[in-house]
Design a protein around this ligand. Structure first.
Ligand SMILES: Cc1cc2nc3c(=O)[nH]c(=O)nc-3n(C[C@H](O)[C@H](O)[C@H](O)COP(=O)(O)O)c2cc1C
Length: 288
């Protein structure tokens, strides 16, 4: 069962995307816990009040109870179930939805259940047959779940190599000290060093790591920006990198909670000079 004393920070350090699962079914206790979690509205509401939903679909040999084949183009081996995200295709709905989804991913990682965020390499049509979509809603992402198979496939290793999954950008590429032309030294991040480091370790679409954080001189306010990869997901009809921003907020806040750093999220653009036209302000954290 879930041990709430488990460290979220240690869990975030060890999380990796899992694409090859064991053939063992997810235990009834774990399934029940997941059901309870996704049926509790509180867990599905973001910091600004957007609400998405998450559906659990169990599969046997990639086929659901309804007999629908849920396809992932060979990316995923032996999934035991899928968690399917549903949200509105609006900027903050996507950011907030991803925040709630990542909170669940970290909870699952604590239970030693493997996950892999997927925004692209799955057959959306097949998953749409499983979930009821309301007006304006769509499926921004899914994750397969199951217990990790320790032996990665050659395919998994090749994929990690192609997307440079183990190549996380260094601090000086991601984090800035009061202005975007001054990289932030770890030593200058104060209390927020670990929350900021957790952003760096988070998953992101194609491992593009589009988060750019700017910490104010007093080390209290951290502004979150996205550096868009041009045309990254335009074919899919939504901006997948907004999900990366919600993930960053989740990782940051989980670390703050564990370190008992109190603060709030707000959307108040400080209108700072930006280094290029791909940068967009998203959200700010203010330590109280
Ligand atoms: C929003 C989002 C979408 C993703 N979409 C896919 C996908 O369609 N297929 C896939 O195999 N991995 C997908 N990933 C997983 C990333 O490739 C992975 O997070 C990244 O390479 C970093 O590796 P790590 O999660 O092991 O740290 C996605 C991740 C995120 C955050």
């Amino acid at each position: 069962m879930l041990n709430s004393k488990q460290s979220a920070i240690e869990t975030m350090k060890k999380r990796q995307s899992i694409r090859t699962f064991d053939t063992q079914n997810i235990t009834t206790a774990h399934l029940q816990l997941i059901h309870e979690y996704i049926n509790n509205e509180e867990n599905l509401i973001g910091p600004f009040g957007s609400k998405g939903s998450i559906k659990l679909i169990q599969v046997t040999n990639h086929v659901s109870d309804k007999g629908i084949k849920l396809g992932t183009y060979g990316f995923i081996k032996n999934p035991q179930a899928y968690l399917v995200g549903v949200a509105e295709n609006k900027k903050y709905s996507l950011v907030e939805f991803a925040y709630t989804f990542q909170n669940l991913v970290i909870l699952l990682t604590k239970l030693e259940i493997g996950t892999c965020w997927m925004g692209g390499t799955f057959n959306r049509n097949s998953f749409e047959q499983e979930v009821k979509l309301g007006e304006g809603e769509f499926i921004p992402c899914i994750t397969p779940i199951g217990y990790p198979n320790q032996k990665q496939r050659v395919f998994d290793k090749a994929l990690r190599y192609v997307v440079k999954a183990d190549n996380k950008k260094s601090w000086d590429k991601l984090f800035f000290d009061a202005a975007f032309d001054v990289p932030l030294d770890k030593q200058k991040a104060g209390l927020l060093e670990v929350p900021i480091e957790m952003v760096r370790l988070g998953p992101s679409a194609s491992n593009k790591q589009p988060w750019r954080l700017l910490l104010t001189q007093d080390q209290k306010v951290c502004h979150f920006y996205i550096e868009h990869t041009p045309n990254y997901s335009s074919k899919l009809g939504y901006d997948m990198q907004l999900l990366d921003m919600g993930i960053a907020m989740s990782q940051f806040e989980l670390a703050c909670n564990e370190l008992e750093i109190k603060g709030n999220w707000s959307v108040e653009n400080p209108e700072l000079p930006l280094p290029n036209e791909h940068m967009e302000y998203i959200v700010s954290w203010e330590t109280l």
